[in-house]
Design a protein around this ligand. Structure first.
Ligand code: PEP
Length: 255
């Protein structure tokens, strides 16, 4: 196998169902600060606002280092699916990526691995990068099933056509999302090593280069420690991505 250099980290913010147009001011602050290479020069930075703001944010971010993503997409390109959004529509609005399989989608909308996989394939079809989320619940961790759950979700959710260019994996323990709790550094290292091994086994060099983000209560005070763990290639950030200053504090882990 050829030697692959460490992938360029990605720090992505997921605004979830938060944000009216006034919150675009935070994206604007972020964009302006990213113009300084000392701030965001060592990682890629993305915000995934609600679908209503994707177009406006992408327009405002055009030509800057700030990338814009969607939070979900339908597997089909068009059709009778009221309320859904196609990957092609996100792309048309200026997105370059889309989150699929977030645990809130898996829990609230019954999205099983096969659906997540179809959504990732839709992202590729539209020319978007898929950020594919996996992670165990508190009960699964207590039962010692973390690695089995995470590698099982990976196997079922990732398409065969995944590459280091079109796919990012986000490991997000469900119990750490929005709770202020985080796994120990040793636990993060163990899961990320298992994810990397599974990716390399299935995809070879492509799996070596795929970015694996950690997500779950990342904040400025813990970002540096979490981001320094082997095989952690960035962060997926919820709450702390809503304010530019907090998000910049996380991006600062790569300064
Ligand atoms: C998320 O929902 O992807 C997430 C990581 O949320 P938080 O950072 O708020 O825990």
């Amino acid at each position: 196998m050829t030697k692959i250099s460490a992938p360029r980290p990605l720090v992505a913010g997921n605004w979830k169902m938060n944000g009216l147009a006034s919150l675009l001011a935070e994206a604007d602050k972020l964009k302006q600060r990213l113009a300084d290479p000392a701030v965001g020069g060592k990682c890629e930075v993305m915000l995934c606002p609600p679908a209503t703001l994707v177009g406006a944010m992408a327009k405002a971010a055009a030509g800057s280092a700030l990338m814009v993503g969607g939070q979900d997409c339908h597997a089909k390109a068009s059709g009778a699916h009221t309320g859904d959004i196609a990957a092609e529509m996100l792309r048309d609005a200026g997105a370059s990526a889309v989150i699929v399989g977030h645990s809130e989608r898996r829990a609230d909308h019954g999205e099983i691995d096969a659906i997540v996989r179809a959504k990732a394939e839709a992202a590729y079809r539209a020319g978007l990068m898929a950020i594919v989320c996996v992670g165990e619940t508190a009960d699964e961790r207590k039962a010692g099933k973390t690695l089995a759950v995470v590698t099982g979700q990976l196997a079922g959710s990732l398409p065969d056509a995944a590459t280091d260019a079109n796919t990012v994996v986000a490991y997000e323990p469900v119990w750490a999302i929005g709770t202020g709790l985080t796994p120990t550094v040793a636990d993060v290292a163990e899961v990320h090593a298992a994810v990397r091994a599974a990716l390399v086994k299935r995809y070879g060099d492509r799996g070596q280069g795929m970015r694996v983000l950690y997500g779950g209560s990342v904040k400025p005070s813990n970002a540096r420690e979490l981001m320094s763990v082997e095989n952690v290639n960035g962060a997926l950030v919820g709450g702390a991505s809503l304010k530019a200053e907090d998000f910049l504090g996380i991006i600062g882990a790569y300064a």
